[in-house]
Design a protein around this ligand. Structure first.
Ligand code: FPP
Ligand code: MG
Length: 347
C-alpha cells in the first residue's frame, strides 16, 4: 500500500454510521443466500476439470474464495421466478461466474492490477501470459456448458453479451485519460462492460424456464438496471471505500487514467481554469502523490458521491416495476431485496 492509500484509509477507518445508526448495512445481507451460494460453490469447485495442473491451479485461485457470486445468484433466482424447478440450475449458473471471472482475469492484465477479490491477481501470481490463457480457458468452459444445453437462443445471447463486453472494454481503453469524457459516453461504457452480463444472467432465467418474450424482456431490463447501479457504485467505492472492504486498492481509477462519473461530475462543478490545470497535471502524468490525494479528497467531499448514489437509487426504485408481472414468490422477494442492496453495498 502506498502513502496515499495509507492516509486515505486512515480517514476511512473511522467507523461509518448509517442514517439508521447501523454500521455497514450490507455486511450480512448476502448471508441469507448462503445455501444457494454453497450450491453454486460446490458446482464451481472441482469444475475446472483440465488435465493440465496449471489450469486447475489458476481456475481454483480465481474462482474460489471471495467473490459475491451475484451473477449466478441472479440467474438462479430468475429461473425460479419463471418457474424453473430443476436442480441443474446451479450447474448452469456457473456459466455466469466463468464469464465474469474470465473477464476479471483479462481486465487485470489490461489494468496491471495487483489485487483481485482480496488476493493477488492471476497476472500477479503467474504473469500476463498465463492470465490471458487462464481467462480464455474459463470463457471456453462457459461456452461449453451453454452449447451442451442445445439452446441456440441462449448461446446467441451469451455470445452477444461477451462481444459487447469486449466492445465496452475497448471503448474504456480508448477513453483512458480522456478528461473530456461525457456522462453519456461513460454510461455507454459501463452498460457494455458490466450491465450486459447482469442483464444476460437475469434474462437467461427466462430462457431456461421457457418463459415468454415478455418475461425475457422484463428480466433483461431488470438485470441491465442492476448492472448500471452496480457499476455506478463500484466507481463510487473506488473513491470512497477501504482496501480491506473493497478487495482492491482505492483511488485505482484515477491512477489508471480511468475517467468515471465521480470525476466527470467533479470536473463539471469546477471552473474552466481549475479543470484545465488538473487535466494538464494528470493527463501528462505530472501529478504527484499530494495532487492525487487532493483530487480524491475533493471528489469525496463535494457532494457528487451522494448525487450518484441518489441517481442509482432512483433507477433501482423504478426497476421494481419489471418484476410486477411475475407472481409473488420467494424468488421475487429476493430479487427485490437484491435490487435495494445494489446501491447500499459497501463492497
Ligand atoms: C471490471 O471492471 C471489468 C469488467 C466489468 C469487464 C471486463 C471485460 C473484458 C476484459 C472483456 C470481455 C472478456 C471476456 C473473457 C468475456 P472495472 O475495471 O471497472 O473494475 P475493477 O476496478 O474491479 O477492475
Ligand atoms: Mg479494472
Amino acid at each position: 500500500m502506498d502513502l496515499i492509500e495509507e492516509e486515505l484509509q486512515e480517514e476511512q477507518n473511522k467507523p461509518r454510521i448509517t442514517a439508521k445508526g447501523a454500521m455497514n448495512p450490507d455486511k450480512n445481507f448476502l448471508d441469507k443466500f448462503r445455501p444457494m451460494f454453497q450450491r453454486i460453490n460446490e458446482e464451481l469447485s472441482g469444475s475446472v476439470g483440465s488435465h493440465v495442473f496449471l489450469i486447475r491451479e489458476v481456475g481454483r485461485h480465481a474462482l474460489l474464495g471471495e467473490g459475491k457470486r451475484l451473477r449466478p445468484l441472479l440467474f438462479v433466482l430468475s429461473g425460479q421466478l419463471c418457474g424453473y424447478g430443476r436442480e441443474d440450475i446451479y450447474r448452469l449458473s456457473t456459466i455466469f461466474e466463468y464469464i465474469h471471472v474470465a473477464s476479471l482475469i483479462h481486465d487485470d492484465v489490461l489494468d496491471n492490477a495487483e489485487l483481485r477479490r482480496k488476493k493477488p491477481s492471476v497476472r500477479n501470481v503467474w504473469g500476463n501470459l498465463t492470465a490471458v490463457l487462464g481467462g480464455d480457458y474459463l470463457y471456453s468452459k462457459a461456452a461449453g456448458l451453454a452449447i451442451e444445453s442445445g439452446k441456440l437462443e441462449w448461446i446467441k445471447l451469451l455470445n452477444d453479451t461477451t462481444r459487447q463486453m469486449v466492445e465496452g472494454q475497448i471503448l474504456e481503453l480508448e477513453n483512458t485519460h480522456n478528461w473530456e469524457l461525457t456522462r453519456d459516453s461513460y454510461m455507454e461504457i459501463i452498460i457494455s462492460k458490466t450491465a450486459v452480463l447482469m442483464s444476460a444472467a437475469c434474462a437467461s432465467g427466462a430462457i431456461v424456464a421457457q418463459a415468454d418474450r415478455k418475461a425475457f424482456d422484463h428480466l433483461s431490463q431488470f438485470g441491465r438496471n442492476l448492472g448500471i447501479a452496480f457499476q455506478l457504485l463500484d466507481d463510487v467505492l473506488d473513491y470512497t471505500s477501504r482496501e480491506e472492504d473493497f478487495g482492491k486498492p482505492v483511488g485505482k481509477d484515477l491512477r489508471e487514467g480511468k475517467i468515471t462519473l465521480p470525476l466527470i461530475y467533479t470536473l463539471q462543478d469546477l471552473g474552466a481554469g481549475e479543470r484545465e490545470r488538473l487535466k494538464e497535471l494528470f493527463k501528462n502524468k505530472k501529478a504527484r502523490e499530494e495532487d492525487h490525494r487532493a483530487l480524491i479528497t475533493k471528489v469525496r467531499n463535494n457532494g457528487v458521491i451522494e448525487r450518484i448514489k441518489s441517481e442509482a437509487r432512483q433507477l433501482l426504485e423504478a426497476n421494481g416495476r419489471h418484476l410486477e408481472p411475475f407472481p409473488e414468490s420467494a424468488a421475487k422477494e429476493h430479487m427485490l431485496e437484491l435490487n435495494r442492496y445494489m446501491v447500499e453495498r459497501q463492497h
